[in-house]
Design a binder for this molecule. Structure first.
Ligand code: FES
Length: 171
């Protein structure tokens, strides 16, 4: 065995060890990165919140009220959220849930049974019983919570959808 072949073998071993070490380092750092920042890219699943059946009025000229409380996670950050929804069952049996947050600057609207409208106390925004803007500065109708009925229980989605994008489902 000549000097040249010893050099070649040493070189081969050096390159091999370098390649294996490099691969291990790459796999480890990819796993660590995924563990460290992966959750911040994770989209949290929609939450369904059960509401008291007494809050779902059969009277289509009025609304029950339900306070939705749930927790959201944005990456590592967990937050407790709260929302107020006005709920009623239509004559067709569909349950509608209107989010009470004014689409202007986020004040909470209240339902006026006599006038049959939602009123915003902040800048006098007015909405009809469907949540559509009648007057004032609100730029869009009140948002909706999707609803579902499961085993006779009523659930509201934590996320809201724009007016017209809502749908109820019975299971
Ligand atoms: S916040 Fe409701 S009208 Fe301005």
């Amino acid at each position: 065995m000549g000097k040249e072949s010893k050099v070649n073998r040493r070189k081969f071993l050096e390159v091999g060890i370098f390649a294996i070490t490099g691969s291990i380092a790459a796999v480890s750092s990819a796993a660590l990165t995924r563990f460290a920042i992966g959750p911040s890219f994770k989209k949290e699943k929609l939450k369904w919140i059960e509401v008291d059946l007494e809050d779902v009025l059969d009277d289509s000229s009025s609304f029950g009220r339900a306070v939705l409380q749930y927790q959201t996670k944005h990456g590592w950050l967990a937050r407790r959220e709260k929302a107020l929804a006005y709920i009623r069952r239509t004559e067709e049996g569909e349950i509608i849930a209107i989010n009470a947050t004014c689409t202007h600057l986020g004040c909470i609207v209240s339902w006026d049974d006599d006038a049959q409208i939602f009123k915003c106390p902040c800048h006098d925004g007015r909405y009809d019983a469907d949540g559509k803007v009648i007057s004032g500065p609100p730029p869009a109708p009140l948002r909706r919570h999707n609803t579902k009925i499961e085993d006779g229980k009523v659930f509201l989605a934590s996320e809201t959808v724009p007016y017209g994008g809502d749908k109820s489902e019975s299971i």
